[in-house]
Design a protein around this ligand. Sequence first.
Ligand code: SAM
Length: 333
Amino acid sequence: MAEANPGHLIVDLAFGFVLSGALATVAKFGISDMLREAPQTSEQLAAKLDVDAPSLYRVMRSLASVGVFTQDPQNRFHLRSAGQLMCTSEPGSLRDAVLMITQDIFWKPVGQLDHVVKTGTNGMVEIFGAPFFDYFKINEDAGNTFHRGMSSLSDLENAPIAGAYDYSGIDTIVDVGGGHGGFLIEVLKCAPKARGINYDHAHVLAEARVNELPGRWSCVEGDFFKSVPPGDAYLLKRIIHDWTDEDCITILKNIRRAMNPGAKVLIVDCVIPEGDAAHGGKLLDILMMSALPGRERTEAEFKSLFERSGLKLSRTITTPALLSITEAVAAES
Ligand SMILES: C[S@@+](CC[C@H](N)C(=O)[O-])C[C@H]1O[C@@H](n2cnc3c(N)ncnc32)[C@H](O)[C@@H]1O
């Protein structure tokens, strides 16, 4: 690949936050939902939203310049395919994902990344007064934005990841920290004989997708730092990357204690490649460092976590998505 002009590369990297702000603004105002009804000028949009029309125009123009919207000769903005994905009711809508990713619980800690690097401690407690998941007990709105966004982001990847594994012979599948259940539902579609347990905090399970595949799965409330239900396969999707090694070992030891003979542990997270290779996990890792105590890991780091938890790595399966499935079994089996 040809090397980018080094000056442009640096300037583009430094400006990256500007488009995030523009995208967050149109997501908050629900602009795509309004444009789905009819193409509109920024004046028409601004009148309905009671916002400043010239300012809105400049935000819309910036996003038209990168392919989210397009502007016609009458200055009406139309949705392009990317803009359509910001409609609330669109299948695979990413509006909630954008609201989550651009939420201040990520934005502010990354804004003081130099301080995070200096102290080696994520910014949540200093900025918001509580660790990441505890903060949602104080600020319910932030929690709802996060969990809805996670479900939306996960919907992009759940089916291809679920389809990358063979669940033959597995009866009970426990999704540890399964959120609203989107991944478990896709896994159960690939494992027609299995039944599922979606394990998470009660306030998260309150919005679980209980109307999908009814009768095949149930919700169980609990804390994975204390215990997990018995099962034949454990899914941990985007869980291990949230936590320190010591925290992960506590979770994995709880699974080791609860797992039925022959059970599989399936960690669904990025596996960071060695060297300079481009990989989305290397950026996600910065979020895990800034707002949470977690990290993205290499295969060797997963192997070490398993060994310290009474488990052993059996294989790593790549999927069509960014995340891989790292499989472990009991060490002595
Ligand atoms: C990053 S989200 C991942 C959600 C889901 N697995 C997915 O991929 O969309 C982490 C999940 O872990 C849950 N969680 C955090 N701490 C927990 C705990 N101590 N016990 C159970 N669930 C917990 C959160 O509520 C959240 O649903």
